[in-house]
Design a protein around this ligand. Structure first.
Ligand SMILES: CC(=O)SCCNC(=O)CCNC(=O)[C@H](O)C(C)(C)COP(=O)(O)OP(=O)(O)OC[C@H]1O[C@@H](n2cnc3c(N)ncnc32)[C@H](O)[C@@H]1OP(=O)(O)O
Ligand SMILES: CC(C)C(=O)C(=O)O
Length: 554
């Protein structure tokens, strides 16, 4: 039996004055990428300097203005990477690089040494404050733990006093969500007093869910509670740093923004310790999908994914929001039908807003225009097959034909699984446009005549019947009618054209037309479609009749 009794429920807050549930996110927060630190420290093989540089360049290209570049006191690689950034002048003037360090003197000194020559830096110190960590990791009481933070803040101030560039300070009460709130508030207030934060020289207070402990609403309550009580709030940038242990890192971040967070630390695709950090891209794309400027350049998700996978050697899951290979693909019939109708309605109505069922955003907006939104397998339906024929090949099958052709494809998918668009086209050709035997249309001469009563059309049609060339003639009220009548007599059959439609296949003078004929065999009651293609519309329809006849009678 699952031993759930070993676990206790995290407490919720008694906080009825909460405001955040009624709020809307209005703008993007300040983003800070921690890919090169928190993301990197969680990799099986941490990035080497060249990989870190490639990742740094991507982050700059994406528009991050704050980038935690590492934990320079941790290792020579970390230290050297920052030196490379400085010496190779790779840090743009508008980008602030951030370093993380424990509240330990020699580590703080070393970190600031790594920053020599940086124009704008954030020195980020942290110590763990939770009840559990105070007890089992540090074996210290509340005052002793606070003293670590206070001492760290003093060292950070002291060792940056003669720093050449601009420095901003950041403090994190690590394991904040497991810390008594009054106590976390007290430490943060004390640290900011040491740093002398002012509205012109703000500091960052970063409140992490170091390990996600409970539902995201509790995190939002904690953030709002701190937001409303931090002293000198106008001099503080309130930052969050969610992790994703319960799989709700994105939700926690979004609710925390509602609760007053100004800044978000996270990583691309949520790489990070255990189940990862907050996925910054998902939060940003979510903003974008609500019509809010995410203030990051996210137009090319493929490039982001490629660099990420190369540098981290991690794979993006196929169902990962926005980036996964399958996230804009519908296999199931009713979804495909809705996408088919939705995209058509968008076109017909010339919508300015994107509104397509099952597609929260237009994949082409984020660089995914070449991927199929519809793929056909045994779960697919007629709408999906029609969509593939239209979007890949420009055939706008009449509605009545959707089921007939989808049944052909369904029979294949039940045997083999997924059916690729090329195979769907091949089946379409072999079942319709190339269905030319045993009666094979060769050419037709159509003439119009007018007497004082009505117009008549005469058709003289040359064709092959089981390999023998023959000719028949017919008269009707138009070319299709004339050919139908002629065929009835010639082959001793009774047929009716139930429906006829046509469309151009491509624009330009060499364009071809596709013609769809729905034909009834009156004697058996059977019906089918036929399809003809030609640069001449009349010839396309006659081919359509022959295609239908071959399907119906032979
Ligand atoms: C939630 C997070 O992601 S926080 C960031 C975590 N990231 C990393 O730790 C990656 C980089 N870290 C490292 O490479 C190493 O930890 C180093 C180089 C920084 C330090 O190495 P070491 O001193 O050898 O080891 P370690 O980190 O285990 O040190 C533990 C000691 O530091 C103390 N300590 C841990 N964190 C802090 C802190 N934030 N502030 C002050 N002291 C701290 C511990 O109490 C312990 O003290 P003790 O030796 O008296 O028991
Ligand atoms: C040091 C802090 C920011 C951290 O990484 C965490 O709490 O997860």
């Amino acid at each position: 039996m699952l031993n759930y009794e070993r676990y206790k429920q995290a407490p919720v807050m008694n906080y009825p004055e909460r405001q955040w549930p009624g709020k809307k996110i209005q703008k993007a927060p300040i983003w800070c990428s921690v890919d090169l630190r928190d993301g990197n420290q969680a990799l099986i093989e941490p990035m080497v300097v060249e990989e870190k540089i490639e990742m740094f360049q991507l982050l700059v290209k994406l528009g991050f203005k704050e980038i935690e570049v590492g934990f320079p006191a941790a290792s020579q690689i970390e230290f050297d990477f920052i030196r490379q950034l400085v010496e190779r002048k790779m840090i743009p003037d508008d980008v602030v690089v951030q370093v993380l360090v424990q509240c330990r003197e020699h580590l703080i000194k070393r970190s600031i040494e790594a920053l020599r020559g940086v124009k704008k830096a954030i020195v980020h110190i942290y110590n763990s404050t939770s009840t559990l960590q105070r007890d089992v990791v540090f074996n210290k009481d509340m005052d002793e733990i606070k003293a670590i933070a206070v001492q760290g803040a003093q060292w950070a101030k002291q060792y940056t006093s003669d720093f050449d560039g601009e420095v901003m300070f950041e403090y994190t009460p690590e394991s904040f969500t497991g810390t008594e709130l009054e106590y976390a508030l007290d430490i943060c207030n004390e640290v900011q007093e040491i740093w002398g934060a002012t509205p012109d020289k703000k500091i960052i207070i970063n409140l992490p869910s170091t390990v996600e402990m409970t539902t995201p609403n509790v995190y939002a309550d904690q953030i709002e509670w701190m937001n409303q009580r931090l002293k000198n709030r106008e001099s503080i940038i309130l930052s969050i740093h969610p992790h994703n242990d319960r799989g709700t890192g994105v939700a926690a971040a979004e609710l925390a923004i509602l609760a007053g967070a100004d800044r978000v630390e996270g990583t691309l695709f949520g790489n990070g310790e255990r189940t990862g950090n907050l996925d910054i891209l998902t939060v940003a794309y979510n903003l974008f999908s609500q019509g809010i400027d995410p203030e990051l350049h996210l137009e090319n998700i493929r490039e982001i994914s490629d660099v990420y996978e190369r540098c981290t050697k991690m794979e993006i899951a196929p169902r990962h929001p926005y980036a996964g290979k399958l996230v804009f693909t519908a296999f199931s019939g009713s979804h495909q039908d809705a996408i088919n109708k939705g995209t058509k309605a968008m076109r017909d109505r010339k919508n300015t807003f994107w509104e397509v069922p099952y597609l929260p955003i237009d994949p082409s907006d984020i660089g995914r225009q070449y991927e199929p939104v519809v793929r056909i397998n045994s779960q697919s339906g007629k709408g999906g097959v029609a969509f593939v024929m239209d979007t890949f090949y420009g055939f706008k099958l009449p509605k009545g034909m959707h089921k007939e052709f989808a049944d052909v494809i369904q029979a294949i998918s039940e045997k083999q699984g997924e059916v690729a668009p090329e195979q769907i086209l091949n089946e379409f050709n072999s079942n319709y446009t190339d269905r030319k035997e045993p009666i094979h249309f060769l050419k037709a001469q159509i003439t119009e005549a007018e007497d004082d009563v009505e117009f008549s059309t005469f058709a003289k049609v040359r064709y092959m019947d089981h390999g023998v060339e023959k000719v028949f003639e017919g008269v009707g009220n138009g070319p299709i009618d004339a050919v139908q009548k002629g065929l009835e007599k010639e082959l001793d059959i009774e047929i009716r054209v139930l429906d006829y439609s046509e469309h151009a296949l491509a624009s330009g003078s060499g364009a071809k037309a596709a013609s769809y004929i729905h034909l009834l065999d009156v004697r058996t009651g059977k019906t089918t479609y036929g399809v003809g293609i030609s640069s001449n519309i009349t010839r396309a329809s006659i081919r359509g009749i022959f295609s239908a006849l071959n399907r119906l009678l032979y």
